[in-house]
Design a protein around this ligand. Structure first.
Ligand code: ZN
Length: 428
């Protein structure tokens, strides 16, 4: 019966596929350039030093986290990190905005190329926050312990291992602890770094927070605006007919909410805070709303902002047209309270290939992410950049209960260092 032959055939086929798959896997493994990279004696030594120095790395993470670094007040923490980087044999200086920069020379002829590795000094926590690190159930707990205590600790861990193993690279490497990554800092640290090495930055690796299970390749662009409308105000009864800033604001919100946004590139808007007026029987003299606009694409974001401005300008006109003539005109004031440019790492970028090869070598599973980090700025300038976690586990970021668990940190450290070396080129 033909029916009997079929299973035998498929068993044979299955077997054949198995062999082919095994061969393909072996070929793929052999083709991974990271295998060759870790054959280098110095690279192998640096890898083992990352394992050996783990306790020291955690001590440094605690010391760094316990130095308060609110936005715009990063200097004390910067001074400490500067000392650590100098002890790793780097040529260290602090620039005009407060970034700590540690340079490590390359050996590749006259090339001025640099690979930039950054972790941010600033935290979202205001001065006076208790930043002492507590040990709770084997975890470290403190505001900023992971974001970006973990990244800063990884920065010095990698600099130290490379120094002790005397690794030479083709391209110069710049280790930077930068300012102004969070909130109103508006990326001023990375902005200054990109300007200082303008034209020579081959790639940027941002070490931000914990984890090893993602790589940020899309920098989400965002703009935040404060829309304020002011007018004459008055009595609800006797001045009825005067233009009302709250009504105008409502007209603007409704009008703009009809704006269509694309799914791809993903684009969003949010009216997040509204205020205005002070009593139920007064025509308010002012009203305002804070708006958050985001997109994976800068052009889309610009379009959205222009729509927002148009909607509110026409809402004010509409409210004036509805008011009794002879009233003082409403005024619209738009303030940009935050700007982050966006961008995307090309799918065929050598930087992406490098980290994918490293993940394959380390057996690490990872997904591509979009996020808003220091990588936004280089990506917006068309320069290859990624943001990755520095290993270990973390949670409750930006809260007083923020925690970090150093278990498994070595995977993150090795992942970051190998990616860096794959891009900077280890010199045998
Ligand atoms: Zn961060």
């Amino acid at each position: 019966m033909p029916g009997n032959a079929a299973p035998i055939k498929s068993v044979k086929l299955f077997f054949l596929f198995g062999i082919l798959l095994a061969m393909a896997t072996l070929t793929a493994r052999a083709a991974n350039p990271i295998d060759a990279l870790v054959q280098d004696k110095r690279v192998a030594l640096a890898m083992s030093l990352l394992d050996k120095n783990l306790d020291w790395v955690t001590e440094q993470q605690i010391a760094i986290t316990e130095i308060p670094a609110p936005e715009f007040h990063e200097a004390a923490r910067a001074a400490y990190v500067a000392k650590l980087l100098a002890a790793c044999g780097l040529d260290v200086h602090t620039d005009s905005v407060g970034n700590v920069i540690g340079e490590r020379g390359g050996s590749f002829g006259k090339s001025k190329d640099v690979v930039l590795v950054v972790a941010h000094l600033d935290t979202v926590f205001p001065a006076g926050t208790d930043v002492r690190v507590k040990r709770v159930n084997g975890r470290l707990q403190a505001p900023g312990i992971a974001d970006d205590g973990a990244g800063l600790a990884a920065l010095v861990a990698i600099a130290r291992a490379m120094n002790e193993a005397q690794i030479k690279t083709q391209t110069k490497i710049v280790f930077a602890a930068d300012v102004g990554e969070e909130g109103e800092g508006n990326l001023r640290g990375i902005r200054e770094l990109m300007a200082a090495y303008k034209g020579n930055v081959r790639a940027v690796i941002a070490l931000d927070g914990a984890a090893t299970d993602y790589v940020t390749t899309i920098g989400l662009a965002s703009r935040r605006l404060d829309m304020q409308i002011t007018g004459p105000g008055g009595h609800s009864w006797s001045d009825f007919g005067a233009p009302n800033p709250i009504t105008a604001l409502a007209r603007g919100i409704v009008q703009f909410s009809r704006t269509r946004v694309p799914q791809e590139p993903r684009t969003t808007f949010n009216f997040g805070v509204i205020d205005g007026g002070n009593s139920v029987n007064s025509i308010p003299a002012e009203a305002g709303v804070k708006v958050d606009l985001r997109s994976e694409d800068d052009a889309e974001l610009a379009r959205l902002e222009s729509e927002l401005r148009k909607s509110f300008a026409s809402a004010v006109d509409e409210e004036m047209a509805a008011a009794e003539p002879g009233n003082e005109a409403l005024k619209l004031k738009v303030t940009v309270i935050g700007v982050r440019p966006g961008g995307r790492l090309a799918a065929d970028s050598p930087l992406l290939t490098a980290i994918e090869n490293v993940d394959r070598y380390l057996g690490n599973r990872c997904r591509l992410e979009r996020s808003s980090t220091d990588a936004n700025l280089p990506l917006s300038q068309g320069i290859p950049a990624i943001a990755i976690g520095a290993g270990g586990l973390g949670g409750a970021s930006h809260s007083l209960e923020e925690w970090y668990d150093p278990a498994g940190r070595e995977l993150g450290l090795k992942r970051a260092m190998l990616t860096l070396l794959a891009i900077a080129g280890a010199q045998p």
